[in-house]
Design a protein around this ligand. Structure first.
Ligand SMILES: [Fe+2]
Length: 344
């Protein structure tokens, strides 16, 4: 009886081992990606990458700050090969914390314009977004809108909403103002803007658009893709909000609209550098860029790929012409200024 059980167990183990072998056919190597992005479409992209290259992808998803802390704590034992997070300010922080390494390739040079990558090649943009003015067309005429600077005018008193100063998107917007105007004027801008807030900063970007529709405010400062996401939301109220508001690209006659990226870098202690570069090359390729653009309503960074039709309907725009590294370099000062000027 015992012998029979043993034979049966060995038989089972053979089946399991064979299955495992078949399961890994075509996956010569597996790389580990720490990512803040958590969309189903992203998983399809990784599957496609494996299909094309034979390189498997092990995903670790968490918040950007959590991933950065985790990599930092893991040090040289970190299994991370690639880090993918939103905001140049955060990518810069990862670089400064010595979590990334510079990499170059002809493919990346071609697919990612210099505007959307780190000047020292520590990270490459994957998608681009603009931080725009979203307004209610019944209460604001587009002809009244012009620049971020104009938002400090007393005509906007009690009419503007945006999220808190702890949010990286606003820290990066503030950093861009420091870069463009200098510290003194940027400080005055922050003070003037706070003066015109309709309420204490709160909520996420979608909540700002909702405040505009509910009548709590007339203008929201927020990222473009949230309008796309709300228009395609399963929540009917979000669709209504998306359909009600309008988008305005500020500073078109002056310094351009504030933009930012989500991006990827090769981990400092990656043991699979070639494969990690291959993944970033794939994610910035036409095929992957098309998928990003259609799934999340962000702008492609690869110039050969057209934006989604919805984004095209908003029209083209001129963006700030400052190195995205600056968003990270000024980020500490930006936070201090916002705190000191009462931007909660
Ligand atoms: Fe976001």
């Amino acid at each position: 009886m015992r012998k029979m059980i043993l034979t049966f167990v060995m038989f089972l183990m053979t089946i399991i081992l064979t299955a495992c072998q078949f399961g890994s056919v075509g996956e010569d190597k597996v790389i580990t990606v720490y990512t803040e992005r958590h969309y189903d479409t992203d998983q399809l992209l990784y599957d496609r990458f494996t299909e094309l290259t034979g390189i498997g992808v092990n995903l670790v998803s968490d918040g950007a700050d959590q991933l950065i802390t985790r990599m930092s704590n893991e040090g040289q034992d970190s299994p991370a090969d690639v880090l993918i997070i939103a905001d140049a300010g955060r990518l810069h922080r990862a670089k400064e914390m010595d979590l990334l390494q510079p990499v170059t390739s002809d493919v990346l040079e071609e697919q990612v314009p210099s505007k959307y990558k780190d000047t020292n090649h520590y990270w490459y943009g994957l998608t681009m977004r603009a931080r725009v003015l979203v307004y209610h067309p019944d209460r604001v005429n587009a002809s009244e809108l012009s620049t971020y600077e104009d938002l400090t005018d007393s005509k906007w008193e009690g009419r503007i909403v945006t999220r808190t100063s702890t949010n990286i998107y606003n820290q990066s917007l503030m950093s861009s103002m420091i870069e463009i105007m200098g510290e003194q004027q940027a400080r005055a801008w922050a003070a003037g803007l706070v003066q015109n807030f309709a309420r204490d900063p709160q909520g996420n970007d979608r909540d700002q658009a909702k405040a505009v529709v509910s009548g709590e405010a007339d203008i929201a400062i927020m990222n473009t893709y949230y309008i796309g996401r709300m228009l395609n939301s399963s929540d009917p109220y979000e669709v209504e909000v998306g359909e009600t508001v309008r988008i305005f690209f500020p500073n078109q006659d002056t310094t351009g609209t504030h933009i930012n990226v989500s991006g990827a870098g090769v981990a400092k202690h990656s043991k699979n550098i070639d494969e990690a570069i291959e993944l970033i090359e794939f994610l910035t390729s036409e095929e992957a860029q098309r998928s990003y653009a259609d799934a999340n309503y962000e702008y492609p960074i690869n110039p050969t790929v057209e934006p989604h039709d919805l984004l095209k309907s908003w029209g083209s725009f001129i963006s700030q012409d400052i190195p995205l590294n600056k968003l990270g370099e000024h980020s500490a000062l930006a936070t201090i200024i916002m705190n000191e000027e009462g931007w909660k």
